[in-house]
Design a protein around this ligand. Structure first.
Ligand SMILES: C[S@@+](CC[C@H](N)C(=O)[O-])C[C@H]1O[C@@H](n2cnc3c(N)ncnc32)[C@H](O)[C@@H]1O
Length: 236
């Protein structure tokens, strides 16, 4: 069973993700630039509102894209993004499933896994790696977003983003603490302010299995390369 941490805060996702993506998107595009898209679709696992989906489409104009997203709230934004663009409408297939259960096509050209892997424990990740790697050709990348924290630790509350929309300011805050040998409990607060006063606040807590690029290299047996502090690539 999946707990949908994302629908209650889906409205904030594109609003407050922009600064992070402005930094990470060029690196993601450069890793994908040489992908041979003739082997099958590019998998965007846990596609969220579709920002990476769109980036994959812009970077690889011939690619078909399989965007897998279990959260109804996030999927609504993803579908909305895909359908309003004639090109995306042709090439993006949206599937409502979790990484653990999604039925994958016979072949894939590449995989992008941003902000998702920590929702899977080691055994689930092992199964996912097997299912993905047996579908990829030699040399195809699995791009993985790395989190700032690769082992459980305490993280004091920090504001990670701020954005104005109309008459209101929006803020995202995060804090974290260990909640198991390989797990963190993250608390996120999304705040809407008007004239400096908080008018609405949404709090979400979610558990995350920590991992580092070395863990992923060991789990997959693939060659791992750190592209930026936030992005790693696994190549077989
Ligand atoms: C931090 S967001 C990242 C969204 C997108 N990949 C991006 O980078 O903008 C994490 C996404 O993973 C999805 N998710 C959570 N658990 C998942 C699972 N078990 N399998 C696939 N996706 C999952 C959430 O619904 C959410 O949309």
């Amino acid at each position: 069973m999946m707990i949908d941490y994302y629908s209650p805060t889906a409205e904030f996702y594109d609003l407050l993700g922009g600064q992070h993506w402005a930094h990470s998107d060029p690196a993601l595009a450069s890793v994908l630039a040489d992908v041979d898209t003739g082997h099958g679709p590019v998998l965007d696992l846990g596609a969220g509102t579709g920002r990476a989906t769109e980036l994959i489409a812009r970077t690889l104009p011939e690619a078909r894209i399989l965007a897998v997203e279990p959260s109804p709230g996030m999927r609504a934004a993803l579908t909305s993004r895909a359908v309003r663009d004639e090109d995306l409408r042709e090439r993006v297939t949206v599937v409502a499933a979790r990484a653990q259960d999604v039925e994958l096509p016979e072949r894939l050209s590449a995989a992008v896994i941003c902000g998702v892997l920590g929702y899977l424990d080691r055994a689930e990740r092992a199964d996912l790696w097997r299912r993905i790697t047996e579908r990829l050709p030699t040399g195809a990348p699995i791009v993985v977003e790395l989190m700032a924290v690769s082992e459980p630790q305490t993280v004091a509350p920090v504001r990670i983003a701020r954005q104005r929309l109309g008459d209101q300011e929006y803020e995202a805050w995060m804090s974290g603490k260990p909640c198991g040998v390989e797990q963190m409990r993250w608390s996120a607060t999304w705040r809407v302010l008007r004239g400096g006063e908080t008018v609405r606040e949404v709090d979400v807590t979610h558990d995350w299995y920590t991992f580092g690029l070395d863990d992923l290299a060991a789990e997959t047996g693939l060659t791992a390369k750190q592209v930026t502090p936030e992005l790693g690539v696994l190549i077989g």
